[in-house]
Every structure is written in structure tokens, then in C-alpha cells.
Write a protein that binds this ligand. Structure first.
Ligand code: DAH
Length: 357
């Protein structure tokens, strides 16, 4: 009479021990103990059993259900242990293996040029100064002897920021020269600083970008002359381009914040692009003796203090040095270009033969 119960016990226990993984075990549990499982069905049909047998059979079925449930739980725990052990094995890490060689990154040419400028001017005793990208109109223009409505403002294609009523006008700085003002307001002379940094003008073509970089230099001391300016610039250019005999020409020019002002040209060959030879001249930077009005604007007595300043485009000198025809790839983040023109971070900046002691 209880044959079916004994058979179900035997088959199910055999199935439990043969279940190789948790899914198989769960399928077996559902088949036997699930809502429509064999044992559940037998329990439901208990009512049909003749009353004399019902109690016995009920007790036997309940016992079977408890035994099978316990056997399945036991097996489940064992299989879970196996699963965890397998995962640990599969995800094992050998921390002693050498690292995978990834393509090393490179330093952006702009970054490299600024590092070189810092090294060269650093060797000449210059310190580094910085200023904000968003400038007051006063720092960017007025204090530099460029009052409102001065025609020199037109050259700058300025990005003006919306200004609150009654608040001074603000701009994205159009050059690094405002940091001259900030430095003279916060440091006592003698001053010797360079200011590499971002600058902004509403201009965009193969050689102009709305965001670009300049490097400014400022020297304030007693008895500073044009001779210091010339020597400093010639030394820098020859060191930077690595050409100890690079021709350098000073040409009278105009900037509101310097007097006299000079544009500086270097010798090159217009046809081949080669620097240092060829009889052509290429304009490379603006310079001059700091204008007495500028000194006055920051409270320095022009009879006691003199100085010189210059400013140059970082992209421009980088393109010239490495023969890059177009400025736009500087900002495209094209990995192929960066790998071609980038510099190894492990390659330190060297001071070239160009005349820096
Ligand atoms: N600020 C000028 C410009 O952006 C460059 C310049 C010229 C800077 C002469 C100077 C200087 O310090 O003396 O065009």
C-alpha cells in the first residue's frame, strides 16, 4: 500500500544526490514538492483515501515531505559551497604576474613647450605667476594703458561676459598681460616672472583658435634697459629653438603698455619653413619697456623702477619648432596626432646649446 511512498522516496533521494548543480536540484524540488509536485499532489489526494488508512498515510507523506525537504536543503548547501569554490578558482588573480604593457600616454606639445619655457626662464631666474581666465576690464585693458574706446581694443576680438548692473565689466582675458598688473600689485620689485596661460579671442581659422595660450614675461628692477630686454629674448629664442646662431631682429612697433615697443622677428626660409637660415623674417613676439603709465597705475614710481615685458603665442612657437602647419589638431584630441606629436613623460626637458649659461 505504501509502495508509492517508498518508491518516491527512493527516486527523489537518488535524484537529489545526482543533481550536479543548483538548477537541477531546484527543478527536482519543484517536481516533487512544488505546487503541482508529485508529493503535493499525493497530499491533496489524501482525502480520497479510506478513513482507516488516512491517518497512517498522512503521517507517512508528511514524514516524506520533511525528509525530502531536509535532503534537498543539505544538497543545496553543498552545491552552493561548490559554486563559490568554482568562482573563487575562476576569478583567481596572480598578483605576482608582470603588468600588461599598455600604450603609454604622451605629453601634449603645448604642455611640453610650457615646460621648456619654464626650464629656460627658470635658469635665468624667473619665477612662475598665474592669473584668472576671467578678468576685469580694468586688469585686461585699462590698467595696461588701453582706456575705453582706445583703438587697440579692436584688435583683441574680446569675449565680454554679461555684467551685473553697477558691477565692473568682465572679459575672458585676451592676453596674459593682465597678470603683469596683478603681479606688480601684489609683489614688490625686483620682479622677474613668466606667465604661461590660456587666453581667448573670438577668432577661428587654421592659425587661430578662440582659446589659445600665451606666455608673458615681466622684469621690474632698477636701471633696466633695452639691452636687458634684447639679451633675454635672444637667449630664450636660441635656447628654445635649439639654434645658437638663430638670427633675431628687433623692429620698432606699438603696444599701448610699452614704450618703446618692439616686435621681434627670427630668421627663416619662407619656402622651406626652415628656421635659422634663408634670409626671410618671421614675426614671433611683442615686447617693450613697461610704459610709465602702467607703472603709475600700479603705484610704482617710474623714476625709480623700470622694466621690460614681452608676450608670445605658445601654439605659434610650438608649430614653428615642430613644423606643424595647422593649429586646430592641438584641440582635436585625435590619438593618432597625439602619439605622433606628443612627448614621452619620461623624457626630461633639456636646456639646449642656445646660449643660456
Ligand atoms: N599682449 C600682447 C598681445 O597679446 C603681446 C605683448 C606685446 C605682450 C608686448 C607684452 C608686450 O608684454 O610688452 O598681443
Amino acid at each position: 500500500m505504501a509502495d508509492d511512498i517508498a518508491t518516491l522516496r527512493k527516486l527523489t533521494l537518488a535524484g537529489v544526490s545526482q543533481s550536479g548543480d543548483l538548477r537541477a536540484l531546484e527543478a527536482l524540488r519543484v517536481n516533487v514538492l512544488g505546487k503541482a509536485g508529485v508529493l503535493t499532489q499525493m497530499l491533496k489526494e489524501l482525502g480520497k483515501t479510506e478513513p482507516a488508512m488516512r491517518k497512517l498515510r498522512g503521517a507517512a507523506l508528511n514524514q516524506l515531505r520533511d525528509d525530502l525537504t531536509a535532503a534537498i536543503e543539505l544538497r543545496r548547501a553543498a552545491l552552493e559551497d561548490v559554486a563559490i569554490a568554482q568562482r573563487l578558482e575562476a576569478e583567481r588573480m596572480d598578483v605576482t604576474l608582470p603588468p600588461l604593457l599598455e600604450t603609454p600616454g604622451t605629453l601634449h606639445p603645448i604642455h611640453r613647450t610650457i615646460e621648456e619655457m619654464v626650464a629656460i626662464f627658470g635658469a635665468m631666474g624667473f619665477a612662475l605667476a598665474e592669473g584668472p581666465d576671467i578678468e576685469s576690464d580694468w586688469h585686461n585693458f585699462s590698467a595696461l594703458n588701453i582706456p575705453a574706446h582706445h583703438p587697440a581694443r579692436d584688435d583683441h576680438d574680446t569675449f565680454y561676459l554679461p555684467s551685473a548692473p553697477g558691477k565692473p565689466a568682465r572679459v575672458l582675458r585676451t592676453h596674459t598681460s593682465p597678470v603683469q598688473i596683478r603681479t606688480m600689485l601684489t609683489q614688490k620689485p625686483p620682479i622677474r616672472v613668466i606667465v604661461p596661460g590660456r587666453t581667448f579671442r573670438a577668432d577661428h581659422d587654421a592659425t587661430h583658435s578662440p582659446m589659445f595660450h600665451q606666455c608673458e614675461a615681466l622684469v621690474i628692477d632698477r636701471n633696466i634697459t633695452l639691452g636687458h630686454l634684447k639679451g633675454c629674448i635672444i637667449d630664450f629664442l636660441r635656447a628654445f629653438f635649439g639654434l645658437s646662431s638663430l638670427p633675431v631682429r628687433f623692429r620698432a612697433s606699438y603696444f599701448p603698455f610699452t614704450e618703446p615697443s618692439m616686435e621681434v622677428d627670427i630668421g627663416w626660409n619662407r619656402k622651406t619653413g626652415e628656421l635659422g637660415a634663408g634670409g626671410d623674417w618671421l614675426e614671433i613676439l611683442g615686447s617693450g619697456m613697461v610704459h610709465p603709465n602702467v607703472l603709475g597705475n600700479v603705484g610704482l614710481d617710474a623714476r625709480e623702477w623700470q622694466g621690460f615685458a614681452f608676450g608670445m603665442g605658445v601654439e605659434r612657437i610650438t608649430m614653428l619648432k615642430y613644423g606643424m602647419p595647422d593649429l586646430r589638431p592641438f584641440y582635436d584630441s585625435d590619438l593618432r596626432w597625439l602619439r605622433q606629436y606628443g612627448f614621452s613623460a619620461l623624457n626630461p626637458v633639456m636646456l639646449h646649446e642656445g646660449g643660456v649659461a
